[in-house]
Design a protein around this ligand. Structure first.
Ligand SMILES: Nc1ncnc2c1ncn2[C@@H]1O[C@H](COP(=O)(O)OP(=O)(O)OP(=O)(O)O)[C@@H](O)[C@H]1O
Ligand SMILES: [Mg+2]
Length: 306
């Protein structure tokens, strides 16, 4: 399958000499939801801005929908919808007019039926005749998404789509993105809410200091780097981890009432059986046990701090 976005050896050095992107290579395929994660200043917005033609690259190549982002700028840009991180929403225009006008900017013939569908999908239909400046922050954000979808792009970039958005709207947004994918749209989003990536992404890329340090399918990432933890709530307090268990990855909680056993998700569960057997042999009783898997957030923090 031909990638919808293909980035080869891309570099960006800003005026003044700061290198914001360092040899980025990345392919994103049609119909994927790709989440780009990274700390502040990692280069996410720079990367998106280059692909959308807002910032010039220093070297390297990129295509969108098969078109070179520089040599075939118009065609590439037409295939892309962008919801930028910084929203410009001090507009006197009405929602309907702004969204219709956006479509026109791409040289597309008016198509009120499409604008209507987009506004309805984003729960903006009731607000279509309101001025944008009179809307709430979350609604303004939805208007920006409507504008980005006005020209029926096959690729949508969402740069921090749910920053400052309430929980309900965030869920609506996720629902909307899933619907877009069902219609075949490729979605690339950046987010600081790891939960968002965990919830939605098919693949995850982690960027740090201008370098992509990892690209992986979400499920594989979680099983590869995830840890599992077994917590045993003891009947009686222990003063120390019993000698028989000191070779196992077992820790005792501070209050002495919990034994915590950590193991790789991939590993066989043989260790758990061995642990429970040993406890039985030692006559250590427990009244409850819990297991949990590490979240994508813990994996991410581990990666970025490495
Ligand atoms: N116009 C510019 N001139 C010089 N340096 C810039 C410019 N724009 C961005 N940078 C620098 O490039 C680096 C990457 O910035 P970028 O906005 O791409 O980060 P980001 O990953 O989107 O961060 P955030 O999560 O905060 O949005 C930062 O160190 C930033 O200061
Ligand atoms: Mg950014």
């Amino acid at each position: 399958m031909q990638p919808d976005i293909s980035i080869k050896n891309l570099n960006k050095i800003y005026e003044g000499g700061f290198q914001a992107l360092n040899d980025i290579n990345l392919d994103i395929y049609p119909g994927e939801i790709f989440a780009l994660l990274g700390p502040n200043g990692a280069g996410k917005t720079t990367l998106i801005s280059i692909i959308c033609g807002i910032v010039n690259k220093s070297s390297g190549h990129a295509t969108a929908a098969g078109y070179d982002i520089v040599k075939e700028y118009r065609k590439a840009r037409e295939a892309i919808g962008l919801v930028p991180q910084e929203l410009n929403t001090d507009s006197f225009e009405t929602v309907w007019h702004a969204v219709s006008f956006s479509r026109g900017l791409f040289g597309k013939a008016p198509k009120p039926s499409h604008i209507e569908k987009v506004l309805k999908d984003l729960s903006l239909w009731d607000k279509r005749d309101n001025r944008i400046m009179s809307l709430s922050g979350g609604m303004k954000r939805r208007v920006m998404i409507a504008k980005a979808l006005s020209h029926e792009p096959r690729i949508l970039f969402l740069d921090e789509p749910t920053a400052g958005v309430d929980v309900e709207l965030r869920r609506d947004m996720w629902e909307m993105v899933r619907k877009l994918r069902e219609n075949g749209t490729t979605v690339i989003l950046t987010t600081h809410y790891i939960e968002e990536a965990e919830e939605m992404a098919d693949r995850i890329g982690v960027i740090r200091q201008g370098q992509i340090i990892l690209v992986e399918e979400k499920d594989r990432l979680m099983s590869k780097l995830g840890k599992k933890e077994l917590r045993l709530h003891l009947q009686n307090k222990l003063e120390a981890v019993p000698g028989e268990l000191t070779l196992e990855p077992v820790e005792l909680s501070e209050d002495g009432y919990q034994l915590i056993y950590t193991f790789d998700s991939q590993q066989q569960q043989a260790g758990v059986a061995r642990l429970l057997r040993t406890l039985g042999d030692l006559g250590i009783e427990y009244r409850d046990l819990q297991t949990r898997e590490s979240s994508l957030e813990e994996i991410f923090v581990g990666l970025v701090n490495e």
